[in-house]
Design a protein around this ligand. Structure first.
Ligand code: EPZ
Length: 426
């Protein structure tokens, strides 16, 4: 099992290339099920979850080919061809390793008329129910059965009629499954209170490129006019706004100046606003985002919310940064019930953080010291790396497979800007 060793204190400076967005790629890949023609996705990040999804697609009889496998390649191209579907079952042993597999339910149902997917189960940050995925698909006319830990969705003969669904809670994944179901329904479907994350817009853009008819893209009210068939397309995945925000926090906590090449400022305005309130200088241009940290950091109060609010996926990273602010900050996590797993690990590095339910109070500035810490979930792990970069001494982070799920070549990218970080065999 690998671990990362970080010796803190270096001021980061230089350029970090931002990869394609994991959370966009994981919903674009299953779109290949919606057509017999080839779907080619460019700018895919080199991540375990992407490889896992490719394997899952192969299970269904989808042929896949990857270009750009040389070590020096950033961004890969994957060609998927679902000419024939040989199975509509997503088995437990694959789904349990990657929750996002639930995103094959909608497109498989739309294409094959039925889909059987293992229930994904919970994870470190919450029990992650899928009731809204199922309610939306039922609203479009599907029959849903739950048996032996599997969800089975069946379309009526003649295909799904389509329908309306009003989301009681904003859900990214349920919105994605609903969209990928409605595009091939017989009639028109409407979604209300749908998620508006940039990853949803990326999904809509690919579906439209494949011939789907979607109105209201980027808003919370979406109208989808079902079409008989979709064609293939070639599409480049959007840049990862959470990766970019994470490296912005890494640069800022070291008092550094870093360019996030390829980052799309427009996708991360809430994060940029938070960073500027903390005292970080953020420059925006068409090709990237520039981070500079001239002076002291100020405490701020932050609350996570569905887009365009502050991303829950940025909460842990900003908490680490706020450990160095001059004063107390209050962070409220409104999306997931257990997303403070990084707090006890940060405390072991000298952070002064108290939590009460979904509220955390961060008192700074703390003089962080290196420690042996353990990664628990993807973004919590990144918050430990960020703290370690500013800590006195050496930090060892274990269980970094969590990190490898969401951050392509993490240590290489940080080494590019002067971090003293190495990956070693545990
Ligand atoms: C996506 O998860 C992302 N994952 C998450 O990123 C991200 O944190 C989350 O959206 C919120 O932005 C991917 O895109 C692969 P939700 P998702 O459905 O779709 C509740 C990361 O670190 N809910 O928007 O699972 C749910 O419990 C990961 O990259 C239901 O109640 O999130 C949560 O409280 C972590 N019923 C809230 O909605 C449902 O059927 C938002 O969840 C579905 C969700």
């Amino acid at each position: 099992m690998d671990k990362l060793i970080i010796r803190g204190g270096n001021r980061l400076s230089g350029t970090i290339p931002i990869s394609g967005a994991k959370n966009a790629a994981l919903t674009l890949i299953p779109c290949a099920l919606l057509t017999e023609e080839a779907v080619t996705l460019r700018n895919l990040p080199r991540l375990a979850d992407i490889d896992g999804f490719q394997h899952l697609m192969n299970q269904f009889g989808v042929t896949t080919a990857i270009q750009g496998t040389r070590p020096e390649d950033f961004g890969r191209t994957m060609r998927l061809e679902a000419t024939r579907i040989t199975s509509s079952v997503a088995p437990y042993d694959l789904v349990r390793k990657m929750r996002a597999s639930i995103l094959v339910l909608g497109p498989m149902l739309a294409r094959a008329g039925e889909a059987t997917v293992s229930m994904p189960g919970g994870c470190a940050i919450g029990n992650r129910p899928i009731d809204l995925h199922l309610k939306a698909i039922e609203a479009f006319g599907a029959q849903i059965e739950l048996t032996q830990g599997y969800v089975k969705a069946i379309a009526p003969d003649g295909g799904l009629p389509g329908g309306d669904f009003d989301f009681p809670v904003v859900s990214v994944g349920a919105t994605e499954n609903a969209l990928m179901t409605a595009v091939l329904a017989n009639g028109t479907s409407r979604l209300f209170n749908a998620a508006r994350e940039p990853e949803i817009v990326d999904l809509c853009n690919l579906l439209v490129a494949m011939g789907a008819e979607i109105e209201g893209i980027g808003t919370s009210d979406l109208t989808i006019h079902g079409v008989k068939r979709l064609n293939g397309a070639t599409y480049a995945v959007m840049p990862d706004r959470i990766e970019a925000g994470s490296y912005a926090c890494a640069a800022a906590i070291t008092g550094g100046a870093v360019r996030l090449e390829g980052a799309k400022a427009n996708d991360m305005q809430a994060t940029i606003h938070a960073l500027r309130s903390i005292g970080v200088e953020v420059g925006e241009d068409a090709k990237g985002v520039d981070i500079a940290t001239p002076g002291a950091l100020s405490p701020v109060d932050l609350t996570t919310a569905p887009y365009p609010g502050l991303a829950t996926d940025m909460q842990a990273q900003l908490m680490s940064l706020l450990c160095k602010a001059d004063g107390a900050s209050v962070l409220k996590e409104t999306i997931f019930e257990n997303r403070f797993m990084h707090v006890p690990e940060l405390a072991r590095m000298g952070a002064d953080i108290s939590t009460e339910g979904r509220t955390a109070i961060v008192k700074g500035p703390s003089s962080l010291t290196g420690a042996e810490v353990m990664a628990t979930d993807l973004r919590a792990s990144m918050s430990l790396i960020i703290a370690a970069l500013a800590a006195e001494g050496e930090t060892t982070v274990r269980r970094i497979y969590h990190l490898d799920r969401g951050y392509e070549r993490l240590e290489e990218k940080l080494q590019l800007v002067g971090a003293d970080i190495e990956r070693v065999d545990d």
